[in-house]
Design a protein around this ligand. Structure first.
Ligand code: PGA
Length: 259
């Protein structure tokens, strides 16, 4: 299966920045094979970006950075999966910045996953521990591991085995996000292994293997290959890097090579 690189542009680029960035990614990656590229611009820029492309490409997809689970209604400021369904193929749900600033809890995130699946959007469920959950030796004790595993279990509650191939789990240790201090690939692999074991226990090995696990947190051109070389890390979710077009393109090219 191709590696997947999801560029989370967060609230960084203006409309004109976004048009230039998207055009540059498209131009450079138009012919690339063996990688799935996903761009997650600020939501209002999705339509102008898509309109500026003469045609959409099979391997460069769009994602929403967030969705609301209800289809329509009195939810001021929100945009539903139903409304985004023809614009995006993926949606990031449960990002740590939303858990932190919007106080999103697992039950809401679970509803968001369900709404994505209902409307044909692939959810990218983010899970990961904060710094204060780590003990002084940098490990996760059983209690705090329970919190991380709950993010996965509750986020994916109710997902059926046949829906798993549409699910992506992004392991993003919160302490690694935007810090220039990524997790070591070995540490990320170990947590991903434990997360996969939860799904294997629930769904069986063959169904669970359909879920793609990716890593996010201070991904850089200097460390991307270290993560991507492992088959169990099926992609990356860069934030800051993804708005630097040349760096993002380089990481996508690496992923195509190492996929
Ligand atoms: P970062 O962000 O690459 O800037 O650390 C990753 C993320 O928040 O998804």
């Amino acid at each position: 299966m191709n590696k997947i690189i999801v560029g989370n542009w967060k609230m960084y680029p203006t409309l004109s920045d976004s048009l230039v960035l998207a055009a540059s990614v498209k131009r450079s990656l138009e012919e690339i094979q063996g990688v799935d590229v996903v761009l997650a611009p600020p939501t209002p820029w999705l339509v102008p970006i898509i309109d500026s492309w003469k045609h959409r490409l099979g391997h460069i997809h769009f994602a929403a950075q967030n969705i609301w689970p209800e289809d329509q209604g009195a939810y001021t400021g929100e945009i539903s999966a139903y409304m985004l369904k023809n614009l995006v193929s993926y949606a990031i749900v449960g990002h740590s910045e939303r858990r932190r600033y919007q106080a999103e809890e697992n039950d809401l995130i679970h509803e968001k996953v369900q709404a994505c699946l209902k409307w044909g959007i692939k959810p990218i469920l983010c899970v990961g521990e904060s710094k204060k959950m780590l003990s002084s030796d940098g490990k996760l004790d059983a209690f705090h591991w329970g919190k991380v595993s709950d993010q996965l279990k509750e986020g994916l509650a109710g997902v059926k085995a046949e829906q798993l191939e549409r699910v992506i789990v992004a392991y993003e240790p919160v302490w690694a996000i935007g810090t220039s201090n990524p997790a070591s690939p070995e540490y990320a692999l170990q947590i991903i292994g434990r997360l996969k074991a939860i799904l294997t226990e629930k769904y069986g090995a063959s169904a669970a293997s359909l879920v793609r696990f990716i890593y996010g947190g201070s991904v850089a051109t200097s460390n991307a290959a270290e993560f991507l070389k492992y088959p169990d890390i099926q992609g990356l979710l860069p934030g800051g890097l993804s708005v630097k077009s040349q760096d993002f393109i380089k990481v996508c090219q690496l992923a195509a090579k190492l996929g």
